[in-house]
Design a protein around this ligand. Structure first.
Ligand code: GRF
Length: 195
């Protein structure tokens, strides 16, 4: 097998998708290894999960930087330090500067809990319910400068059931996220898909 791609994961919170990627990458034949986890929140629960898995972590608060560009430049230095090939955003709640997003275009993925282009932005599960959708799901997509939704890599679908709340729908989608993200990263790291 060719060398595994070096993947950094960016989180802001719980980190369950991060955990799914770490778990998948344990397999000997998985084409990527997780080399670092970055959080912009010191209290992100996912940090402890990464540390327990023996993965290096880094935390920086954007509040300590004068502007978006300088914060993103620091993230870039950290990613370079980890010799990162691919960045996976997993619940990372920051918008990137144009320069950072451009530098990582074709090497940066995100997961969103809706069938993009439907229900971009915040609270997509509630948006799906409000729209009367009978189906929703998740999308793993390329991150492109100045866009919420770069080209789709992979989607998984779930039904919206009678009586669903945003919470029950989110939980059903999350199960699929934890399959979709490892599958999409394997496709990218293995060279099956590119932007
Ligand atoms: C997920 O629903 C993901 O799709 C969205 O934010 C949530 C993060 O959850 N971008 P977790 O931190 O991976 O548990």
């Amino acid at each position: 097998m060719t060398a595994k791609k070096r993947v950094a994961i960016l989180i802001s919170g719980r980190g369950s998708n991060m955990g799914a990627l770490i778990e998948a990458a344990r397999a000997a034949d998985y084409p990527a290894e997780i080399v670092g986890v970055f959080s912009n929140k010191a209290d992100a629960a996912g940090l402890a999960v990464a540390q327990a898995a023996g993965i290096p972590t880094a935390v920086r608060s954007h509040k300590d930087y004068p502007d978006r560009e300088s914060f993103d430049a620091e993230i870039g230095r950290i990613l370079t330090g980890w010799r990162t090939d691919i960045v996976c955003l997993a619940g990372f709640m920051r918008i990137f500067s144009h320069g950072f997003a451009t530098a990582w275009t074709g090497r940066m993925l995100n997961i969103h809990p809706s069938l993009l282009p439907l229900f971009k932005g915040l609270k997509p599960q509630q948006q799906a319910l409000d729209a009367g959708a009978t189906e929703s799901g998740c999308t793993v997509h390329w991150v492109i400068p100045d866009l919420d939704d770069g080209p789709t890599i992979l989607q998984r679908r779930v039904p919206v059931l009678p009586g669903d709340t945003a919470e029950t729908l989110a939980a059903r989608i999350l199960v699929e996220e934890h399959k979709a993200y490892p599958d999409a990263l394997a496709m990218v790291a293995g060279g099956e898909v590119s932007l």
